[in-house]
Design a protein around this ligand. Structure first.
Ligand SMILES: Nc1ncnc2c1ncn2[C@@H]1O[C@H](COP(=O)(O)OP(=O)(O)OP(=O)(O)O)[C@@H](O)[C@H]1O
Ligand SMILES: [Mg+2]
Length: 263
């Protein structure tokens, strides 16, 4: 299970994020304070966004990609009562109980393709990973990459795993190619072949089962067509496992283009 922490203070909204994530202070079981980015169950994007965040975020970390640590974060909606901003107050009021948190990377900068050098091996690992999870949210317009202490960190995987929005077509969806022509790292000459050789063998049934177990039951219950949360977890494992073996053959990088340019 992800570590559980309890919100003690809402600090500020992160207005660049469409789901209005917030920076909060929270305490762990030992009473230690830390700052987290909180993604709310009451946000319009719904709980599947949080499921994708957990599965993809944990997968990234276990493949050795840098991704802030995820936690379960409890919220007492009373914390929202004193919020002057109506939108924030509504979000806090509708998100009582369990939410998703991640370590706040203080002082992190948004990734700027014109100012950063990324080597083809690292670019290849990120593009291969995004292809596996079908991440459509790593474009030049919205890179969802942070530079922190001189290194590249991945965030925001809520729009991945498109197949879990329509399980009836899961096989067709997971069999599809990945169009990386608009990927922010496409211009860095990503070496997807060596990334696949390195990373695909790590994506085992055991690894994926352990990752799916991290998703709280509350975000998986009452999924139509499934017997319960474990059944949904198995479907996630079954979707990703075969895709890991072959997706490198179906990554379209498009025409070479300058860094920071759209296609
Ligand atoms: N762990 C973190 N540490 C520091 N800053 C963060 C962190 N996570 C997110 N941010 C900042 O908050 C912004 C919004 O976060 P994120 O992209 O995860 O939200 P979102 O609502 O899912 O966004 P989107 O509109 O892209 O779907 C990021 O662009 C980044 O500037
Ligand atoms: Mg984002």
């Amino acid at each position: 299970m992800l570590t559980q922490v309890t919100t003690v203070r809402y600090v500020t909204p992160l207005r660049e994020g469409g789901s209005l994530p917030g920076v909060v202070e929270a305490t762990d079981a030992d009473g230690a304070h830390a700052t987290y980015v909180m993604k709310f169950t009451g946000a319009g994007q719904g709980r599947k966004t949080l499921v994708a965040e957990v599965i993809c975020g944990e997968l990234a970390r276990r493949l050795g990609l840098r991704m802030p640590r995820l936690v379960q974060i409890l919220l007492d909606p009373v914390i929202g009562l004193g919020e002057p901003d109506q939108q924030v107050q509504e979000l806090l009021k509708s998100s009582g109980g369990l939410n998703l948190g991640m370590d706040f990377l203080s002082g992190a900068l948004g990734f700027d393709p014109l100012a950063c050098e990324i080597d083809p091996v690292e670019a290849g690992r990120v593009v291969w990973f995004d292809a596996l999870i079908n991440n459509v949210d790593r474009s030049w317009r919205n890179p969802n990459l942070l530079l922190w202490q001189g290194e590249l960190w991945l965030i925001d995987h809520g729009a991945s795993l498109i197949w879990h929005h329509n399980w009836r077509t899961v096989e067709t969806a997971t069999g599809r190619a990945y169009d990386a022509s608009d990927h922010v790292l496409a211009p860095y000459g990503p070496d997807v072949a060596s990334a696949a050789a390195e990373l695909a063998p790590l994506v085992t049934e055991e690894l994926l089962t352990g990752i799916a177990a991290q998703v709280p039951d509350a975000w998986l219950v009452d999924e139509p067509g499934f017997e319960g949360p474990d059944d949904v977890r198995r479907a996630h494992v079954a979707a990703l496992l075969p895709r890991a073996e072959t997706i490198h053959e179906r990554i379209a990088l498009g025409e070479p283009r300058p860094k920071g340019a759209t296609k």
